[in-house]
Ligand binder design. Structure first.
Ligand code: HEC
Ligand code: HEC
Ligand code: HEC
Length: 125
């Protein structure tokens, strides 16, 4: 008679081995796990061009905060001619309401956790 236990045990080991590349990639933070921020808005442009935003949005947010809180200015004239309220929740998160699939995609990957949401309202997704 065949030993059912050994056959099943062998099958399980075989399955683990042939699927190894799949679960190894999924758990090891390699290529498959790169941040993939999804931009879902009808707008064509951000408040500045995308390359600038990618590297400088944190500085822009600081500038906006200082202009609002220290200088009482409320509006920002974008290069494309649009005028925006300088507001994290009302402006950025109005277009980028998918915070978890956008902002958090990059921040989690980088291990950054901006503390802004202690006070500023997160969008309801
Ligand atoms: C009017 C809608 C709108 C507003 C308001 C807006 N964005 Fe954007 N944002 C976009 C669009 C559209 C893009 C993509 C532009 C492109 O690809 O040319 C973008 C791109 C970006 C990027 C670059 C993402 C990448 O992967 O390259 C960042 C970061 C960003 N926005 C953050 C912000 C922040 C922070 C604010 C507030 C200061 C903000 N956005 C306000 C629409 C907006
Ligand atoms: C394309 C990737 C990317 C996207 C999308 C993105 N960020 Fe960032 N964010 C970064 C990087 C990179 C840093 C800088 C991390 C560092 O300095 O260590 C950063 C830093 C920040 C900081 C400063 C945090 C700190 O503790 O200094 C804030 C605030 C911030 N992002 C807000 C946002 C908001 C709000 C959104 C969504 C509207 C967003 N970011 C989307 C990549 C991204
Ligand atoms: C301790 C609470 C607190 C934290 C944390 C905080 N803020 Fe603020 N922020 C405020 C208050 C209060 C105002 C003034 C609101 C007003 O005058 O409209 C403000 C205003 C702002 C404004 C301009 C007005 C607006 O509605 O957005 C920006 C932009 C801003 N903060 C960005 C940030 C960013 C980016 C972070 C995280 C890096 C952050 N803040 C963290 C309390 C906070």
């Amino acid at each position: 008679m065949y030993d059912a236990g050994k056959i099943i045990g062998g099958l399980i080991i075989f399955l683990i081995l042939i699927t190894f590349p799949i679960w190894y990639n999924a758990s090891s933070g390699q290529a498959d796990n790169m941040p993939d921020p999804k931009i879902i808005t009808d707008a064509k442009m951000c408040v500045e061009d995308a390359a600038y935003m990618k590297t400088n949005h944190m500085n822009l947010l600081n500038e906006w905060r200082d202009l609002v809180v220290r200088d009482g200015q409320r509006y920002f004239d974008a290069p494309d001619g649009n005028r925006y309220e300088m507001s994290l929740s009302n402006t950025c998160m109005n277009c980028h309401s998918n915070k978890s699939d956008f902002c958090d995609q990059c921040h989690h990957y980088l291990g950054v956790a901006p503390y802004c949401w202690d006070c500023h309202i997160e969008p309801k997704e």
